[in-house]
Design a protein around this ligand. Structure first.
Ligand code: ADP
Ligand code: MG
Length: 237
């Protein structure tokens, strides 16, 4: 099993109240699966993605990727591992405005020991893949929303991560651009065997995936899991 999530819980304290963002989540994801994570606003989707990607810490529970327990905290070793193995795509592309498309895509590679020649090759290949080879020297404000998001996917993909975490990647796009992003993610799955978890509100986007799971008030309510682990918490059974 590529990704195993076991009894993952997370709460936030706001003044005197405690918000339970994730309530004993169990989930197994196979290598190469493309999963849609749906659920109403505030149901914990971003929290779950951020914890899987190490941008946030859980209160309880474990995450294993390829059998390795993901350590909490931000020690250099796990940060380096994540930089190499996990790619993030957000709703807004978050490209740096004063860097060209190619320079934006190159950013994650600056953390690696690749030579500048190798970096340039990787950047070209990634831009080619997202269909923007001819826009390499364009700045973000010279690109459409859909093109910016494709550059963001190239940036997430350029370090060859095994896992891509996408938080509403089509949320800010028109139907046509959304379709091209979905096609692109499907290509990453089928041709590059990437494992992809995509948060989405868009049912058409959700249907383009292998499996849909739904969060509701911090619980997974509708996960058809191919594994022995039940998606439901012990309390509900
Ligand atoms: P979603 O992405 O599904 O909209 P989130 O994961 O962003 O939901 O949020 C889940 C719950 O946790 C919400 O009730 C939200 O208000 C709360 N929450 C998220 N981040 C924080 C934070 N940093 N501090 C306090 N509460 C938070
Ligand atoms: Mg969110």
């Amino acid at each position: 099993m590529f990704l195993q999530i076991k009894k993952l819980s997370k709460g936030y304290r706001k003044g005197d109240t405690r918000i339970i963002a994730l309530d004993q989540i169990n989930l197994n994801v196979e290598q190469g699966e493309f999963i849609a994570l749906t659920g109403p606003s505030g149901s914990g989707k971003t929290t779950l993605l951020n914890i899987i990607g190490g941008l946030d810490n859980q209160d309880a529970g474990r995450i294993l990727i390829e059998g390795q327990v993901q350590t909490k905290g931000c020690d250099a070793e796990s940060a380096f591992w994540r930089a190499q193995n996990i790619g993030f795509v957000f709703q807004f592309s978050n490209l740096l405005p004063y860097l060209s498309a190619a320079q934006n895509v190159e950013l994650p590679l600056l953390l690696t020991s690749l030579s500048s020649k190798k970096r340039r090759e990787r950047v070209s290949a990634a831009l080619e893949l997202v269909g923007l080879a001819d826009r390499a020297s364009h700045y973000p404000n010279e690109l459409s929303g859909g093109q910016e998001q494709r550059v963001a996917i190239a940036r997430a993909f350029v370090s060859s991560p095994k896992l891509m975490l996408c938080d509403e990647p089509t949320g800010d796009l028109d139907r046509e651009s959304a379709k091209s992003i979905l096609n692109l993610l499907n290509t990453l799955k089928t041709e590059f065997k990437k494992t992809i978890i995509m948060v989405t509100h868009d049912m058409i986007a959700a249907e383009a995936t292998d499996r849909r799971i739904e969060l509701y008030k911090g619980k997974l309510t509708q996960a058809i899991v191919s594994s022995e682990i039940s998606p439901f918490s012990d309390k509900e059974r």
